[in-house]
Design a binder for this molecule. Sequence first.
Ligand SMILES: *[C@@H]1O[C@H](CO)[C@@H](O)[C@H](O)[C@H]1NC(C)=O
Ligand SMILES: *[C@@H]1O[C@H](CO)[C@@H](O)[C@H](O)[C@H]1NC(C)=O
Ligand SMILES: *[C@@H]1O[C@H](CO)[C@@H](O)[C@H](O)[C@H]1NC(C)=O
Length: 808
Amino acid sequence: MGYKRQSLLVFICSVALCVQIASADLSYSVPEEKRPGSIVGNIPKDLGLGVGTFMSRKARIDAEDTYQHFCDLDLKTGNFIIRDRIDREELCGEKVLCMLKYELVLESPLEVHRVSLLIQDVNDNSPVFPKDSVKLEITESALKGARYRVNEAHDADIGQNTVRQYSLERNEHFILTVRDDAEGSKSIELVLDKELDREKEHELKFALIAVDGGNPQRSGTAVIHVTVLDANDNAPAFDQAIHKASLAENSPLDTLVVTVRASDADEGVNGEVSYEFSRISEKAKKVFSLNSKTGEIKVTGTLDFETNSKYEMRVDAKDGYGLSSDSKVVIDITDVNDNAPVIHVKSLINPVTENAPPGTEVGIINVQDRDSDINGQVRCSIQQNVPFKLVPSIKNYYSLVTTGQLDRELVSDYNITISATDEGSPPLSSSKTVQLSVADINDNPPVFEEQSYSAYVSENNKPGSTLCSVSARDPDWRQNGTVVYSLLPAEVNGASVSSYLSVNGDTGVIHAVRSFDYEQLRSFKVHVMARDNGSPPLSSNVTVSVFVSDVNDNSPQILYPTPEGSSFMTELVPKAAHGGSLVSKVIAVDADSGQNAWLSYQIVRSTDPGLFTIGVHSGEIRTQRDISESDSMKQNLIVAVKDNGQPSLSATCAMYLLISDNLAEVPELKDISYDDKNSKLTSYLIIALVCVSTFFLTFIIIVLGVRFCRRRKPRLLFDGAVAIPGAYLPPNYADVDGTGTLRSSYNYDAYLTTGSRTSDFKFVSSYNDNTLPADQTLKKNPSEFADVFGDSDSSPEVSILVLPFPSV
Ligand SMILES: *[C@@H]1O[C@H](CO)[C@@H](O)[C@H](O)[C@H]1NC(C)=O
Ligand SMILES: *[C@@H]1O[C@H](CO)[C@@H](O)[C@H](O)[C@H]1NC(C)=O
Ligand SMILES: *[C@@H]1O[C@H](CO)[C@@H](O)[C@H](O)[C@H]1NC(C)=O
């Protein structure tokens, strides 16, 4: 055992890919009949690989089924060992080279090495003569030098171990000559050295010995049995020393192969020749028959070129005396394309990952065709519509390589059909389908179904209520496509976003964590991230806008007059006020918006129901008719302010009106609990008020006096109120046109102190068209706006209301 050869590294490189097919041939030789377990060689060492690599690359030995059981690979050591008894003669018969062919397959990268095992002959067979005894019938008249052919011995071994020599047991009459025949066989003849005499010797017996060239030598013996005849007889003679025939392997039964013919010079019974096989192998016996009378050799079994392509046999011709001669018959079987190619998948990477670059080798295919020559030449192909191709490598091997980028999300399984066709006529073909799966790679981030999401929620929602849900898709497999949702950390109004919203990681449903207040927060945006569970994970994010809508949760807040109980306000109404005079105004605001903040005013109770009226939306209190002497001096109004929400909320306030031209006329006012701790501020304000009032009254009196004197028209005293030239009006108080509609904004400024005495607030409430729904316009009567002085009282708060009053 042990000559080896390493050779041949083949690199096949193409433009896009570089597939490495290494084929290092390993040859070992081993004698037949080797004890099972014997080591033939160490393959990793001979290939220059470590045993570890060898194991990790899943080394294995492949062979045709008939050979597979003889040898195996010990993966632990890498030794190539004999597993089963190998009998060279049984395996190869007379073939000189008895070779077992194996393939060593390694994966990642795929490699195939040919391993051939030459079975050496061992001299385990002795020469054997076709028959133990050879009968010769020789007439006594035979002359010295006459030759008698004897069949040669056969040794199943080959080469040195076949028959080497013949020898003849010493005797008086015969010597032995051995000649080499043309066909490589030997012609053994007994030569008559001394004439026979039937009277002296009737019979002769001696041994013919054949020895082989093996060590130790083995021998075989046949006994030559000579009968001396006295008649003048002839042995049959074949017309050809060798009969050759050629036969297609698919020849049907009963096909005539060849007819052997021998003629006998004798007459009658003695000239009748019969034929029989004298030496024939067991295999040949099963497929050929010889007609003993006609000498026809016919097919009686199934021929197979692939198992046996040549038969050799000897035919004896015998006549009635028993005289015989023999002839050799050689039958060549010719190949017929009767074997379809067989496709073997030697290795397959399955599944193959979808990110495998184009040109990745995923499998090794081997095709075999047992026919020879052109009948055994095979072409391989695969179908067109798959991103794979076959690249031929060493003889009969193909690499299956990818030709493009795989995408599991598009095609996750391939059925690759490999077809092999030989070049025989007609050609035979076969196909094999290889199933290949594509393994997932986390190559797709989750994608939200919408570009952005909006959620609408009414304020005062319950914490935990559902706002909306987001959804993202990820086509990857299993955890690579499992989407988990989360909020991206951010701040909303200075607080963490998680104190506003939460998202269900599995479902993407977004919940409110708190109750929202429209008055504080009308809308905000959060980012929701969808992440898959791959490693590394991929993610994407989406904007969710949350819009809080208003609910009528704020009642109107009355700024003037300050609500009942906490302040005390009295309005002065001039006695001469005509019907329609502006007396006072209720000012209220509502923190809500829209309809929920659209206020309407209503007098719910009054001392004299017919005297005052209030503008539904303006809150302006006007006299309904001229004030008469009979009207009570003190008038109380309860005004309700309602918003337009559903349901609406309201607030009420009390308005105290004093019909008088002079505060001094109202002695009882002084009584009104103007007590205790009047602060300095309050005193100053009162002093200021009194001064202003006095000045104003004086001014009116002077004006009235002048008018009275000139026109003697006392009726006019308060009729047009105070005529102030238009030029005196502040620029933002517009003139009133003929229709009595104020053309521009009309502002009220209210300065008042609230509960805290130390802080002053200025409320500027702007009434213009913009604050009201578009179809609502403030309608004002033209003319008379009366002067109204809000007077202080004993309450801790003092309010002054200053109203502009355009006049005609
Ligand atoms: C591949 O073949 C198998 C079995 O024949 C079949 O179930 C499968 O659907 C085929 N796949 C494709 C992609 O054709
Ligand atoms: C997910 O993708 C990774 C690579 O990104 C891969 O290793 C893993 O096998 C994939 N998981 C599944 C279940 O396919
Ligand atoms: C959100 O997505 C945008 C693009 O869609 C990306 O630019 C940004 O980095 C992402 N933000 C986070 C925090 O992942």
